[in-house]
Design a protein around this ligand. Structure first.
Ligand SMILES: Nc1ncnc2c1ncn2[C@@H]1O[C@H](COP(=O)(O)OP(=O)(O)O)[C@@H](O)[C@H]1O
Ligand SMILES: [Mg+2]
Length: 292
């Protein structure tokens, strides 16, 4: 039984002519302990998928089974509780609260769980040590470098020992040294049994994952297991098309490869044609569903 199981999950935004199909009947099983990288062009639904798995969002259609339990229709407060207990988020631009020092920032999630102050700070200090920021705990966020902020953010994501870690382009804003630190942290979490889902445009980073899921136009078009330490073959192909110079090259490579996959349906093809426009035209299927 997989830890995470999405069953024909769709997510529509807006309605009528302005409906966007952000996820189009996506099914995905993730076993406990997997490190899954997610790649795909801009707008292909990666963030929506992460938000769905991370219980920040709920499917318009379909079901989400987390640890054998359907969570697709939970009420917002039940979802928030589950999220707090099970999931840690690492975003591209992570905001620490500017008026709290690093230690208090990291301890914050524990407050919502009703843990006593002394224990909160002890636990936060331990996690900061783990991310190599023990000597920065009393600093204010503005005194930290970008890489240190990201590490503090990871510490905050880990402080309540989440089983699932969701990282949406965690190294997007970082120089290569800080990226490496962040990746080594994620890698260590993986080794200690956490389940990790990470969006990235950088083919090189698929080395840390044991599986890569490729998205295009709201669908998973390719799903590939690869040994740890190896770049996923398809990501490698993308890299060869656009040898890495910038983030844009990475994106262009992935986009070019994804274009070569057959589309699921005729309507998907139509959507792809209009994808250049800011808002995609609705598919007939989507309209009918939105009305239900
Ligand atoms: N809150 C929203 N309201 C309307 N459309 C949205 C919203 N969030 C995402 N979308 C649309 O859903 C599609 C997928 O977006 P997203 O999941 O952010 O893609 P990615 O992370 O791959 O760039 C895009 O077409 C985007 O414009
Ligand atoms: Mg995104």
């Amino acid at each position: 039984m997989p830890l995470i199981s999405l069953k024909d999950v769709s997510k529509l935004y807006g309605f009528g002519d302005a409906t966007t199909v952000a996820l189009d009947e996506v099914s995905l099983d993730v076993e406990a302990g997997e490190f899954v990288a997610v790649m795909g062009p801009s707008g292909s639904g990666k963030t929506t998928l992460m938000n769905m798995i991370g219980l920040l969002d709920r499917p318009t259609h379909g079901d989400y089974i987390l640890s054998k339990k359907s969570v697709a229709k939970l009420r917002p407060n039940q979802r928030a509780k589950l999220r707090r207990d099970r999931i840690g988020f690492v975003f591209q631009s992570f905001n620490l609260l500017p008026k709290l020092n690093v230690l208090d920032n990291v301890a914050l999630p524990l407050m919502y769980k009703g843990i006593m102050p002394v224990r909160r700070l002890k636990r936060a200090a331990a996690v900061l040590e783990r991310v190599g920021l023990a000597d920065r705990q009393y600093f204010m966020p503005r005194a930290l470098s970008g890489g240190q902020i990201q590490r503090a953010a990871i510490a905050r994501a880990l402080v309540n020992d989440p089983q699932i870690i969701i990282a949406d382009e965690p190294t997007g804003n970082l120089d290569s040294t800080s990226s490496l630190v962040v990746m080594e942290l994620l890698s260590e979490l993986h080794r200690t049994g956490n389940t990790i889902l990470m969006v990235t445009h950088n083919p090189e980073l698929t080395r840390y994952a044991d599986r890569v899921v490729y998205m295009h136009d709201g669908s998973i078009v390719h799903d590939q297991h690869t040994p740890l330490g190896e770049v996923s073959p398809l990501a490698n192909k993308a890299r060869q098309l656009f040898p890495r110079r910038t983030e844009e090259d990475d994106l262009a490579g992935v986009s070019a490869i994804m274009e070569t996959f057959p589309q699921k349906t005729e309507t998907a093809k139509k959507r792809r044609k209009s994808a250049a426009k800011p808002k995609r035209k609705t598919t007939r299927k989507a309209v009918t569903r939105a009305k239900r």
